[in-house]
Design a protein around this ligand. Structure first.
Ligand code: GLN
Length: 193
């Protein structure tokens, strides 16, 4: 998705690779497994440091869980990166069979964004500095956030890379690097994720 937007993207698997990027995506998957792998690979400390230092970060689904300050229904030994002031409930919509797709109204986007939720989390609490960009009716009928932003951090409870719609990746680049510019500026193409 980022390469299609003219931005270099590479997999980050060790500390030198982490040191070389200007922004990071924490992808979907399984937050408990990613947490354990961060620990066993020695990447947890370096990643926490880069987040403390202010690296722009986009967390999607499991990545949103990891980036959050607090997790509910997590494993007691699962690590939080603490990059955004939200509390997130894991598997908030149920099991794999309860995964779903929906057209989501997103602040600043028209038409709605087709969002794919796979064993998705939901935001239970968002701190005062956190902007909610989209929300959905949750497991108990209450509307809760599923797309949030705080400074140069963005999180989505769904998988934006599965819809073939680059608008949220574009939004992240705008948030991360050049808030006022339109997508496709020269500064973008020098950027490395
Ligand atoms: N349920 C997963 C978790 O707890 C997240 C699922 C996903 O990333 N699609 O990490």
């Amino acid at each position: 998705m980022f390469e299609a937007l003219g931005v270099g993207a590479s997999a980050v698997a060790d500390a030198p690779a982490l040191a070389s990027v200007d922004a990071i995506v924490i992808p979907g998957g399984e937050s408990t497994a990613i947490s354990r792998l961060l620990e066993t690979s020695g990447m947890l400390g370096p990643l926490r440091r880069r987040i403390e230092e202010g690296i722009p970060a986009f967390g999607t689904c499991a990545g949103m869980i990891l980036l959050a300050g607090e997790v509910l229904d997590g494993r007691p030994d699962q690590h939080q990166l603490g990059g955004i002031d939200i509390s997130v409930r894991r598997n908030a919509f149920g099991r794999q069979v309860d995964s779903f797709e929906t057209d989501l109204d997103v602040k600043g986007l028209d038409p709605p964004f087709h969002a794919v939720f796979i064993r998705a989390p939901i935001v239970e609490r968002a701190g005062v500095g956190v902007e909610t960009l989209a929300s959905i009716e949750g497991y108990d009928g209450t509307r809760r956030a599923v797309l949030c932003r705080q400074g140069c951090r963005m999180v989505s409870a769904f998988h934006p890379e599965l819809s073939g719609d680059p608008r949220l990746h574009e939004m992240f680049l705008t948030i991360a690097f050049d808030r006022d510019a339109t997508v496709g500026t020269a500064s973008r193409s020098r950027t490395n994720l």
